[in-house]
Design a protein around this ligand. Structure first.
Ligand code: ASP
Length: 412
């Protein structure tokens, strides 16, 4: 049985086992199972995280140096950026549009949430300007600090510099270039080992999520959860595949078949960073993206391109405004969209990261930061689907970019 099939079966069994555990709360069986699931999922996630920083660094260095020596870096960079901005803008329009269409939050009694909001500690004010300053200050730092702290954005920036310098140095840095290539190959080799554990890890992660989340709180926010999830799925199943078909000339079926294991892992881990090694493997091996393109686009997209998060944040801001009986003007909605775009750029690819940057979106139009207390109970559940779409966007962009730069090679 292939790994993809094993992962799919493991995901289904994991969800089923999670529901089964819900029937035996506070029993020795429940506790023992949760302990076992906790160990299995930590080993899987831990191994992925262990490989993440060296993989991001080596893949960008190798990607940049290969693309630049082929004279394609400028073009790859531009197409990647254009794709990120286009897909995120479409996601934002969808998020705002559907929140309006279904009037999410209108008619819901805000008093229901008053306790949660009162108990919530107000975090420091997070404005787009202070966020940008922090963003820059956290990015241009000592690379060794960035490596040890797992600061992905700073690692990306250092790797870009390193890669460009490597090519400009030419023959002088030949050994470092070979070393980087071999180091990267070795990382991919190790990922294949970790992937053997993926079915067990995914089973454990999903069973734990279902068994520990309080699904009953969903009832109170069911309409909002359904609209956000439905819209996110629409973006992932209709909008992105359509763009892929038009600009990447790849059928959605081929894409989903090739990307399946990364998408299921994204669902189970709710972390695009933890899924990145897999996204890269799927893009190269199943979707036919050249290693240089995948090595450049996927790590960059993991950090910067988050359609699901942007869509969620825009819709959630409208939901909170409606709950409070406020009508946001068109100008305010534009501010929400722009802030949500910056927020999705800066959100790290870890579970519930969107909740933290959500504060900035709420505050941008004067909504209280405490209101995230309303969304927190359902966030881990909604995070699963938006992370899938985040990861899907990265892989899709790598296909589009690769296709357009490949044509170049043929015609020149
Ligand atoms: N969990 C998401 C991701 O890793 C980020 C978010 O919370 O929206 O892509």
């Amino acid at each position: 049985m292939g790994l993809n099939t094993q992962i799919l079966i493991a995901a289904i069994l994991g969800v089923a086992f999670g529901f089964l555990l819900n029937f035996y709360p506070n029993t020795p069986f429940f506790d023992a199972s949760l302990y076992g699931l906790g160990i299995a999922s930590s080993i899987f996630i831990g191994l992925l995280k262990m490989l993440l920083v060296p993989l991001i660094f080596s893949s960008i260095v190798v990607g940049v140096s290969n693309l630049q020596s082929g004279g394609q870096l400028g073009k790859v960079w531009k197409i990647t950026l254009a794709c990120c901005v286009t897909t995120t803008t479409l996601a934002l329009i969808l998020g705002i549009g559907c929140a309006h269409l279904f009037d999410v939050g209108k008619g819901v009694d805000i008093a229901m949430f008053q306790d949660a909001m009162n108990q919530h500690q107000t975090p420091d004010t997070l404005t787009p300007t202070s966020f940008l300053t922090n963003f820059i200050q956290n990015t241009l730092i000592n690379p060794f600090k960035a490596f040890s702290e797992g600061n992905v954005l700073a690692v990306v920036v250092f790797a870009l510099f390193f890669g460009v310098a490597l090519v400009h140095g030419g023959e002088r840095f030949k050994t470092v270039r070979q070393l980087s290539q071999q180091f990267f190959d070795m990382m991919m080799f190790m990922i294949i080992w970790v992937m053997r554990l993926a079915p067990i890890g995914i089973f454990a992660l999903l069973a734990k999520l279902i068994a520990t989340e309080d699904i009953s709180v969903l009832n109170r926010l069911v309409e909002f959860a359904a609209v956000v999830t439905g819209t996110t799925i629409f973006h992932g199943v209709v909008v992105l595949p359509l763009l892929l078909w038009i600009f990447g000339k790849m059928s959605p079926l081929t894409f989903f078949k090739g990307a399946r294991s990364a998408l299921i892992t994204a669902f189970a881990t709710s972390s695009s960073s933890a899924t990145m090694p897999l996204s890269m493997k799927c893009a190269q091996e199943n979707l036919g993206v050249r290693p240089a393109t995948a090595g450049f686009v996927i790590p960059l997209g993991t950090q910067l391109n988050m359609d699901g998060t942007a869509l969620y944040e825009a819709a959630a801001a409208l939901f909170i405004a409606n709950l409070m009986g406020l009508d946001l003007s068109i100008g305010q909605q534009l501010i929400v969209c722009m802030t949500a775009m910056i927020a999705s750029l800066g959100a790290p690819g870890i579970p519930s990261a969107g909740m933290v940057t959500m504060i900035m979106v709420l505050q941008s139009v004067g909504l209280p930061a405490e209101a995230i207390a309303i969304l927190l109970p359902i966030d881990r559940l909604l995070d699963t689907v938006r992370t899938v779409v985040n990861v899907q966007g990265d892989m899709m962009i790598s296909v589009v970019v690769d296709r357009h730069t490949r044509d170049d090679e043929i015609t020149t």
